[in-house]
Design a protein around this ligand. Structure first.
Ligand SMILES: Cc1cc2nc3c(=O)[nH]c(=O)nc-3n(C[C@H](O)[C@H](O)[C@H](O)COP(=O)(O)O)c2cc1C
Length: 167
């Protein structure tokens, strides 16, 4: 999915992340808590998500607030990841400037040696966010540009108000 964040001053930033799962509370993705996106979320928790299926002419827009999930919940997912991805989480200072690819590969070797015995621990700077939605828009392409658009806006925290929008 596409994840849009914005700084406190409103400068936007957009990137792809994996929607790992969703539950009755929201949409969960995992990342580095020191990354650029994490810095923006710390300043401004309002985010937007976008799903797009070209062949279905369909998109779903979501707006909500991102909050860190618990360490226990992050750990639950981290331990299911392939060992290489677990080690990669340790050696990547996501979004920071690096001088070469060689540095990255050397760091990987270093963490591989460091954690050669036993399980790879969960880095304190890695984990999930849950995006708690308060707005959805479902868009379906239709002929003659007469597309269907339905917005769902939450009222008093529990009931969804559904409205048709002009395409
Ligand atoms: C298909 C795809 C899936 C990705 N999934 C993730 C992900 O789940 N978590 C993540 O942190 N970055 C993921 N990335 C990398 C991000 O797009 C991005 O480069 C990275 O998170 C740094 O973003 P930032 O500098 O805005 O924080 C993915 C990229 C692609 C193309």
């Amino acid at each position: 999915m596409s994840l849009a964040t914005a700084s406190a001053q409103g400068e936007p930033s957009l990137r792809t992340v994996l929607l790992k799962y969703f539950d009755s509370q929201g949409f969960i993705f995992f990342t580095n808590y020191k990354s650029y996106k994490a810095q923006q979320i710390a300043e401004n928790p309002h985010v937007a998500l976008l799903f797009f299926w070209s062949s279905l002419e369909r998109q779903v827009k979501i707006r909500g607030k991102a909050t860190k999930i618990s360490t226990a919940e992050s750990l639950k997912y981290f331990i299911t990841r392939p060992r290489g991805s677990q080690l990669g989480a340790w050696c990547s200072e996501q979004s920071s400037v690096i001088s070469s690819r060689q540095i990255l590969e050397m760091e990987f070797e270093e963490v591989r040696r460091k954690f050669a015995q036993g399980e790879v621990p969960l880095p304190s700077f890695w984990g999930g966010y849950r995006v708690v939605p308060h707005y959805f828009e479902f868009w379906q392409g239709r002929p003659n540009r007469l597309h269907d658009r339905f917005s769902y806006t939450i009222k008093d925290g529990k009931t969804w108000n559904i409205q048709r929008l002009a395409p």
